[in-house]
Design a protein. Sequence first.
Length: 312
Amino acid sequence: MSEILDAIIIGSGPAGYTAAIYLGRAGFNPTIIAGALTPGGQLVNTSEVENFPGFPDGILGPDLMDAMQRQAERFGATIIWDDVVSVDLQGPVKTVVCDQGQQLQARTVILATGSQVRKLGVPGEQEYSGRGVSYCATCDGFFFRGKPIVVIGGGDSAFEEALFLTRFGSSVTLIHRRSEFRASAIMVERAKANSAISFVLDAEVERINGSANSGAESVTVRHKDSGELTEVPANGVFVAIGHSPATAFLNHAVDMDGDGYILVDGASTRTSVPGVFAAGDAVDRVYRQAISAAGMGCRAALDAQAYLNDNQ
């Protein structure tokens, strides 16, 4: 077993890196367990970020996360590129077990694990995953150059993906189950002004069709008003219907709601377990912005500092 650390941060998105910056500047030398496959959170899969303060011309999501990482390391943060598989958060010393077998102990833990993509759960989705079905436009858009593309969703993420994919697809069709969008007005305006994007509204995807040789070829859509089924050509099917909190590994070690979001005490980041704090998309189901996650990461660090100072 290793030495007892002051603070472990599980997660490496805006919340996790911001918490590390604040704890590092306070002299607590936090350890970040950043993840093995998806360090940096959802912004690593985001093209241009236009709404994070300080970047008037925007910044690429991976560049923003890289800058946050380097800033955290500058102030003494140690980064472990692994996933957490289990935790024991009871008592004054918390234990965190990583996938590669490493066990770490600390007096405080900040949970900043973010969220995972939500899936459609329709026939063909799993069968054609990686063979036409994707959850990341910036990762996979290139593979569908000159081919018809469908984006499923109605929020900012879906619109951002649709706009990005117009660089590659012969056409981009955005399918949404309602007649109104959750996306911000500016994203909707941009998409409607782009002649490469068409819309299928008040409709739900029933299944994804394809073949063993070609992968995905189309989606079957049910129109809610008439019940009619139509087929939309699609070699690329990009699912952007939201996220679920990445908290299953906690095994309810802290109090959560029915959807797996971590519950905190009022406006603080304190969880139901003393010395354990939570921030970012694992807590926030409403705002879900990089800046709000970063702000919550700051608050988690300050709450952890107060706890450490009170329990020396």
